[in-house]
Every structure is written in C-alpha cells, then in structure tokens.
Design a protein around this ligand. Structure first.
Ligand SMILES: Cc1cc2nc3c(=O)[nH]c(=O)nc-3n(C[C@H](O)[C@H](O)[C@H](O)COP(=O)(O)OP(=O)(O)OC[C@H]3O[C@@H](n4cnc5c(N)ncnc54)[C@H](O)[C@@H]3O)c2cc1C
Length: 401
C-alpha cells in the first residue's frame, strides 16, 4: 500500500487544517486537550459548525448529504481533527443509525430522520443491551406486540449511553414468541424518547460521570411507521450497525494524539532523580512499542475504510480493529497514570465534569483529568461487543476454529 499523500490529498489536508484552525472554538479545544468531559451544548455547537461546512456526514454518500470523500480523505479528516483537539462526533446518530436508515429505511424515514441527524438537531441512543442480554444479545426480552398501526413495547434496556440526552432511541425488540430465543423474532424500532411510559434512570460510572443509563419501557406506543425494514428481520440491520460501530471504535487518530501529548508531557515531568521521564529508557521503550502498534493499526484501518468505500462489509477486520484499538488506547491511559504519579491522585470534578480550566502549561495540572479518564475508558474493551467476544469472532472467521 502506498502511504504517500497525493498533491490533491495534501491540498485537502491544508484545507482541513485551515478550517480547524479558524473554526474550532477555544473552550471546546481546551476541554478536549485537558481530557475533561464536554457538555451536550459543546458537542452540538461543534457538530453544527462542521455540518455548516458540509462535513458532518463523513461516511455518508453524497445523495444523503454526506461528503462522498475517499477513504484517504476520511482518514486525513479524522487525523487532523484529533491533532487539533476537536471533539469526536457522537456516533449514535451520525455513525450508527444514520447508515442504517439510509441503507434500509423507507424514503419517508430517510426524509424524516436523516437531515436532523446530520445537523445534530436530534440526538440518538442505542437500545440494544438488557440486564440479561449483553454479549448474548439474542437473549433480549423487551417485547413489542402489534396493535393495529402501532406496537406496544415493554421491557428494560441497560448501559444506554446518553439516553438522558437523547431525543430518539434505536431499539431491538422481540416481536416473536417471548420464550423463543431466536434471531428471527427481533425487530428494529425507532422510539421517540418523549413517548409516555419511558423512564430513564442514571448509572454513574467509576469516574463519577453520568454517561450511561437504564431505560424502562412500560406500554410504550411506537407507530409501525417507525420500524426499520421488515418485522422479525431486525437482527440483520443490527449486525450491519455493529460492524460499523466496531470499525469506528478503533480510534487510531485519537490514540496517536494522546500518545504525542504524553510524549510532550514527559519532557517536563520530573523523574525524581533530577531529570525528566522522557530520559527514562523504560518509558521510552513502552512509547516505542505503542507507536509501532499504532502504525500497524493505522494500515488496518485504511484497508477497512477502503473495503467499506467499495460497498464491502468490513467483516472480521472490524473485530481486529476493535480489540487492538481499545487495547492500545487503554495502555496509553495506563502510561498517563504511571507518569502522573502523585499528581494523578486528587479527584477534581470541577475540572473533569465542570468547566474549570486546566493550565496546560503546568505539568501537575496537565495530569488532573488523566486518572478519571483511565477509569472511564475501561469501558472501551466492553462496549460495542466485549473484546473476548471479538476474539471468538476472529477465531471463527479468520482462523476457522
Ligand atoms: C460504558 C458502557 C457503555 C455502553 N453503552 C451501550 C449503549 O449505548 N447501548 C447498548 O445497547 N449497550 C451499551 N453497552 C453495553 C455493552 O454492549 C455490553 O456491556 C457488552 O455487550 C457486554 O455485555 P454484558 O455487560 O451483559 O456482559 P456479559 O455478556 O455478561 O459478559 C460478562 C463477561 O463475560 C465475557 N463473556 C461473555 N460471553 C462470553 C463468551 N461466549 N466467550 C468468552 N467470554 C465471554 C465477556 O467478555 C465479559 O467479560 C455499554 C457498556 C458500557 C460498559
């Protein structure tokens, strides 16, 4: 594979850099750089800026308002956004349900839902997992019973990220017999979160943040028009979405950004022996190993993007990206905490959850959000299908075991 950028791609890279340099608001960049959490308002404000520029639908076809970019352009865009400390797009609308709707939805559903996903006017959450159906998703028991022109939905979803911020939820429900554990009895519904009968209850994660929730559905009426595709065929749409989700989960560009941030920090972090951690051979070795793995991952990501752009399914590569991408990201988190030492011990919710600014020039302050981030990101090897499950998929599809 030729990794050199063409002159057109270099021009595109300049264009993206100019855009980020002039349009990314300082407060948002500062939050991302310091590892603090962003408010919904900050996410929406940034996604709208990108939308106005016509770049929100990075992976979407042009006919639906997407960029129509080549795989290399998408790669450049993600890399430059990470390099500039732009926030990641919230993926539930733009990267998950959006592609499901434009691939399997009716014309009416496309017109109704796609524009507000692109403009970030509606926020989505993913209602797949249930208390007894995570890895074994097909065991889900939330039921939808058809009554004329609507379904009546009952059940409970869990770990639902941003359900408290979402306007809509894409949801897997059982439409066949409740006691039959079958992929053939699952349907994909779009549920308005303001519907009567929905209760959202927070789950606070290890870092003290409110990110995930339980969602209880009690006699929730959902119009049949909100069903994607055919009744009982939801499993195939769900799998299509999961493959996309896992490809996005690798986050190579973000890991590269964080590794380079860590390298700069080590230059000013005392090693306790009169020098700096950047001189420490043990640290240098760990950094070099991670850089090599990231490079390999970057090429796998490019191959996957290329396959996606020709209409191929990413297949087992998305599982490889998920496992390796999250393992590298978590090792970078560990190195941050190791480098922080005592500076990583105080918990400062005012910095992490609130809006207190972090002085990036001060070495101790720069580490303030790293330990909560480390705790939060333990999730990466669990969500989107745990890494153990991805290894099973790789064993079956690649190794034939
Ligand atoms: C922070 C966070 C956010 C999430 N956001 C969402 C969301 O927005 N929407 C949503 O629908 N879900 C979400 N999830 C749920 C996530 O997809 C599930 O947690 C995940 O699929 C694992 O399911 P489980 O938690 O039920 O664990 P279990 O399936 O009970 O697994 C427990 C452990 O056993 C292992 N295990 C299970 N089966 C096997 C097997 N066959 N072989 C080997 N090992 C196995 C697993 O790897 C895991 O380590 C989120 C999870 C987290 C942690």
């Amino acid at each position: 594979m030729n990794a050199e950028l063409s002159s057109d791609d270099l021009d595109f890279q300049d264009e993206v850099r100019r855009f980020l340099g002039s349009e990314l608001p300082d407060d948002i960049r500062g939050r991302v750089e310091s590892g603090g959490r962003l408010s919904k308002e900050q996410h929406v404000r940034w996604q709208k800026v990108v939308y106005e520029r016509g770049w929100a639908g990075v992976n979407w076809p042009r006919q639906y308002g997407g960029t129509g970019w080549t795989p290399v352009q998408k790669h450049i865009f993600e890399k430059e956004c990470a390099r500039a400390y732009a926030p990641e797009f919230i993926s539930f609308g733009l990267k998950m349900v959006g592609p499901v709707i434009y691939t399997f939805g009716t014309d009416e559903q496309k017109q109704r839902f796609l524009p507000s996903i692109l403009s970030s006017d509606t926020w989505w959450c993913q209602g797949y997992s249930e208390p007894n159906a995570g890895s074994d998703l097909v065991a889900l028991t939330t039921t939808a019973v058809r009554r004329g022109d609507h379904y009546v939905v009952n059940g409970a979803k869990t770990w639902t990220t941003y359900a408290h911020r979402a306007d809509w939820m894409f949801c897997l429900v059982r439409t066949g017999a409740a006691d039959v554990k079958s992929q053939e009895a699952i349907t994909f519904l779009l549920i308005d979160m303001t519907s009567p009968g929905i209760t959202v209850s927070p789950i606070i994660t290890l870092d003290g943040a409110h990110e995930v929730n339980e969602v209880f559905l009690n006699d929730v009426k959902v119009p049949v028009d909100n069903r994607i595709g055919e009744e009982n065929k939801g499993w195939s749409y769900a799998k299509f979405l999961l493959n996309h989700e896992r490809t996005n989960i690798a986050k190579v560009a973000i890991s590269r950004q964080r590794l380079s941030q860590l390298k700069s920090l080590l230059l000013v972090t005392p090693d306790g022996l009169g020098g700096f951690l950047s001189d420490d051979p043990a640290f240098s070795r760990k950094l070099a190993e991670l850089e090599i793995e990231l490079k390999a991952l970057e090429f796998t990501e490019l191959r996957t993007l290329s396959a996606l752009s020709t209409g191929e399914s990413p297949g087992p590569q998305s599982s490889i990206l998920k496992v390796c991408g999250t393992e590298v990201a978590q090792r970078i988190d560990e190195l941050f905490v190791e480098a922080a030492g005592m500076a990583g011990l105080p918990y400062r919710p005012d910095h992490y959850l609130g809006n207190a600014e972090v002085d990036q020039a001060g070495c101790v302050e720069s580490y303030v959000n790293r330990t909560p981030w480390y705790f939060n990101n333990r999730k990466a090897s669990i969500y989107g299908g745990s890494n153990e499950i991805q290894k099973n998929i790789i064993a079956k599809t690649v190794l034939g075991i």
